[in-house]
Design a protein around this ligand. Sequence first.
Ligand SMILES: Cc1ncc(C[n+]2csc(CCOP(=O)(O)OP(=O)(O)O)c2C)c(N)n1
Ligand SMILES: [Mg+2]
Length: 332
Amino acid sequence: MKKITKKTYLDWYENMLFWRKFEDKLAQVYINQKVRGFLHLYNGQEAVLAGALHAMDLSKDRMITAYRNHVQPIGMGVDPKKVMAELYGKGTGTSQGLGGSMHIFSKEHRFYGGHGIVGGQIPLGAGLAFADKYFERDAVTLTYMGDGATRQGSLHETFNLAMLWKLPVVFCVENNGYAMGTSVARTANHTDIWKLGLGYEMPCKPVDAMKPEVVAKEMDEAIKRARRGDGPTFLELRTYRYRGHSMSDAQHYRTKEEVAKKQEEDPITYVLHQIYENKWATEAEIKKIDQRVKELVEECEKFAEESPYPEKNVMFDAVYEQEDYPFLSDKL
Ligand SMILES: Cc1ncc(C[n+]2csc(CCOP(=O)(O)OP(=O)(O)O)c2C)c(N)n1
Ligand SMILES: [Mg+2]
């Protein structure tokens, strides 16, 4: 793995802060009805992404996740202006405004969405890994899912075949404690999600995912295992989300005290603390980073605001029609 240095921590601080502020901006513009539909935010889970990106080879590895998917593509190299424009439904967005919040996608950056069906991306992630193995391409696919998604049957079918075929995939559950308003404890007999891997003899373990360096180390081991042909790993990344499930969540299922307690472990504050403890930056230098982040968020908002909506005919370009399809009314 690349060494974790002073620069790594400074980059982590800047990136994680940007992801947080980018999403805070989304929450704000959502309230002003600039962004519509669902909006699921990632606040609190940033160390999962920061650690994973450090361990990945961004020139070839892939990522796929669920609908909490705005900042991962940015981490993979997608222009954040285009991501914000997509959320605004603008023609300059990653999918010309046709995807929206839950469907950010960039094949060019090996980011494969953005999936709204809970657990739907688990077999798709294994499929990407299958293609890489079949075509003898050196790439590893990180397949993310929520704790709720691990209760889907498709996880078991996928785990079975992924182990049988030793696919180059890392299955990562972001255990943020809740599936909408349902806590992990209410969905299974035990709360150790990582143990689901044991039934398939898949290497598996829990990870403290509030610290990016801990995530990076475990992810590195899993990615190396996949790359040398030894098959999948299942990591339970223990994290927390500070905001509700989506913007329309009144959060009656948890107390303010619980959230406040978890905020004491905040990954961005943690990284900043490491920087100050090691005297890697002065307060003035950190202020400069904060200013850069603020300006970039403003730039994204301005770009999305000023971009045009897609042309109407784009809507028809994205529709599939099979000319000899037998069930079309005019063919019956
Ligand atoms: C197959 C399916 N069932 C139900 C839903 C409704 N639903 C949307 S999100 C969600 C909870 C998923 O929670 P989790 O997997 O823990 O992910 P998180 O939101 O915490 O990131 C549910 C039940 C859905 N989208 N798809
Ligand atoms: Mg969850």
